[in-house]
Design a binder for this molecule. Structure first.
Ligand code: ADP
Length: 220
């Protein structure tokens, strides 16, 4: 049997990134401890989060008093102050927090956090920049790239996929992509099957190797 997932998280740094992350997790039913060394910022979030504290988390003792070592997941959402970001990450690692996410503001910063041992490093501005590049340059309405060169894309159906059932148009063997969802204008998304006939103007969700997916969305 799987253990119930621990839905508690400590978010260190309540700037733009940390606060939006914390609030989204609250909406998803998580218990969130938000910490910032700026009292004014903490006050702004005191009603929205489960617990808040004003503390300088570069101090290992202060962090321990907050009980952060009892959390299985913590996010270091400090960017601008790279030294503080590294110290807080090191403190969490020393305390054995098993699942540490850290935000970096540059690739160098990200590399250091990885070398320190942060379990997940995110580079929001770089990652968003790459994502928007895909949206700007292609016909994709939405784009998510996973590790290992695999992507999920929302796009207007190209003509090669329309008019006949997906099983017949054989987009998977011909184009290396799988159509997983379809949305008729004015309707909700439904799962696509081999019998689904995509019509002109339908919006579809496609997965596959990034290059294959991109090439597919460029077809007409
Ligand atoms: P963003 O770009 O997401 O707004 P910032 O790096 O500007 O990120 O914000 C980081 C937040 O982390 C700020 O609110 C800042 O007060 C807080 N912070 C910085 N250093 C510490 C620290 N040592 N302990 C706790 N919070 C800190």
């Amino acid at each position: 049997a799987r253990e119930a997932r621990d839905q508690r998280i400590a978010v260190i740094g309540l700037g733009r990134f940390g606060s939006s992350l914390a609030e989204e997790l609250m909406r998803r039913g998580w218990e969130v401890l938000g910490v910032d060394d700026d009292e004014r910022i903490v006050q702004q979030h005191s009603d929205a989060l489960t617990h808040v504290a004003v503390a300088d988390c570069t101090d290992a003792e202060v962090l321990r008093q907050l009980g952060v070592h009892e959390f299985t997941t913590a996010v270091v959402a400090i960017g601008t102050n790279i030294e503080a970001s590294m110290l807080v990450t090191a403190n969490l690692l020393d305390d054995g927090v098993p699942n540490i996410w850290a935000k970096a503001i540059s690739r160098q910063h990200g590399r250091i956090l990885e070398r320190l041992g942060a379990h997940h490093v995110v580079l929001p501005e770089y990652e968003m920049g790459e994502r928007v590049a895909h949206l700007v340059s292609g016909r994709m309405l939405d784009f998510i790239e996973f590790d290992d060169d695999f992507a999920l894309v929302k796009t207007i159906a190209p003509d090669v996929a329309t008019g006949v059932p997906l099983g017949v148009s054989a987009v998977r063997t011909k184009h290396g992509v799988t159509v997983v969802g379809i949305k008729r204008p004015g309707q909700d998304f439904t799962h696509a099957t081999a019998e689904t006939v995509v019509e002109r103007g339908d919006v579809i969700i496609v997965t596959g190797r990034t290059q294959a997916v991109e090439a597919f969305t460029e077809l007409r």
